[in-house]
Design a protein around this ligand. Structure first.
Ligand code: KG4
Ligand code: ZN
Length: 346
């Protein structure tokens, strides 16, 4: 493929990702994960993640270069996640990116992790259909976005008021004795369960979408009530000396989450008068979410685009993909004093 070779670096959480992209062609997507080091804590430990990035970043870069069959000196631009994410983890990636760019004499682009989750789909399905609504669901974020131009500005239509969807999956998994990170385990356990076994609450839906003070939460999410409800239910069953039906609880919990996510995503498209729905973030790897969104969107006459599961979770390719779009759009690179912003909005 012809065009600038863009290197993407992702270190916002527990995955060290290095991707190489030309145009919208993916050449390499190397990944190192510190997830095993966090498992016994039941969540990502920031300090542990930072150290792991520091050790993994150059070996992962080496692997990406050799997978792509290119030399470091072939790189024309470096893109890096500058936020949002864990402060110390972000610093490792941004420092490495700036050092590489300075050494190579190429520009560096600080990119927004959430926008990169949206942009990654271009590697699989080509240019984004804009305007679109994006449902972004990960371990740290759950938002509905209006995307008119992902290289310029993305409007937040709504967000979670408390837990992110992935966080809810991880917490419920822990409650059920499933390993961390729990999302994929709940997904798997749910396949043998009855999604109608327990009717768990759907936060901020129906009349509950409007707060007592009149605030409109139509496009917002809330998952902490659901998590508490699952915890109480499980506790009661245990108190009664019965065995917890793990598959049924997993399926019923998952159904509550994906019911809300898919209904609100479709409603947001309709409210915005937009025909295309994009899915991104780790939770969009969920098999039930993918199926239900597809089903409901189709019924509403919408077109859904969702990356393959491996591109939904954090990776370097998504950063390279957005970097490549910024280069193609002629956007200004970042200044050499590029910093990090752990709570960077979209
Ligand atoms: O996007 P991501 O890799 O990292 C963040 O930016 O947070 O998302 C990780 C989250 C975790 O909470 C994980 O449990 C969840 O995505 N996840 C899933 C599935 N695969 C990953 N949740 C439900 N079902 C899945 N199949
Ligand atoms: Zn992410």
């Amino acid at each position: 493929p012809d065009g600038p070779l863009v290197l993407g670096i992702e270190t916002s959480c527990d995955e060290t990702g290095v991707g190489l992209v030309v145009g919208s062609t993916l050449l390499a997507d190397a990944l190192a994960s510190s997830v095993d080091q966090h498992a016994r804590f039941g969540g990502v430990v920031p300090e542990v993640a930072s150290r792991a990035h520091l050790e993994a970043i150059l070996p992962t870069l080496d692997r990406a270069l050799s997978d792509a069959g290119v030399a470091l000196s072939d790189v024309d631009a470096v893109a890096v996640t500058s936020g949002p994410g864990l402060a110390g983890a972000l610093v490792v990636g941004v420092s490495a990116a700036k050092a590489l760019a300075l050494g190579l004499g190429v520009p560096v682009y600080g990119v927004n992790h959430l926008a990169a989750h949206v942009a990654v789909d271009t590697l699989e399905h080509g240019p984004l259909p804009e305007p679109a609504v994006a449902l972004l669901v990960s371990g740290g974020h759950s938002s509905l976005l209006r995307v008119d131009d992902v290289t310029a500005e993305v409007e937040v239509l709504g967000s979670t008021l408390d837990d992110a969807a992935g966080e809810a999956f991880d917490k419920v998994a822990r409650l059920l004795g499933l390993p961390f990170p729990g999302g994929p385990h709940v997904d798997r356990a749910a396949r043998d369960g009855d999604p109608a076994a327990v009717r768990f609450p759907r936060g901020l839906t129906g009349a509950g979408a409007v707060a007592r003070d009149g605030t409109d939460h139509r496009h917002d999410f809330s998952f902490s009530g659901l998590k508490t409800s699952v915890a109480r239910w499980v506790e009661r069953v245990r108190d009664e000396g019965r065995e917890v039906p793990v598959a049924d609880v997993a399926a019923s919990f998952q159904e509550a989450v994906v019911d809300v996510l898919s209904a609100k995503a479709v409603a947001a498209c309709q409210a915005e008068g937009v025909e295309h729905l994009l899915l991104g973030g780790g939770v969009s790897a969920n098999s039930r979410l993918r199926a239900l969104v597809q089903e409901r969107a189709e019924r509403a006459g919408l077109v859904v685009r969702v990356p393959r599961p491996g591109l939904c979770t954090d990776n370097g390719a998504m950063v390279a993909a957005l970097g490549s779009m910024l280069v193609a759009a002629g956007r200004e690179p970042s200044a050499w004093d590029l910093g990090t912003d752990p709570s960077l909005p979209v």
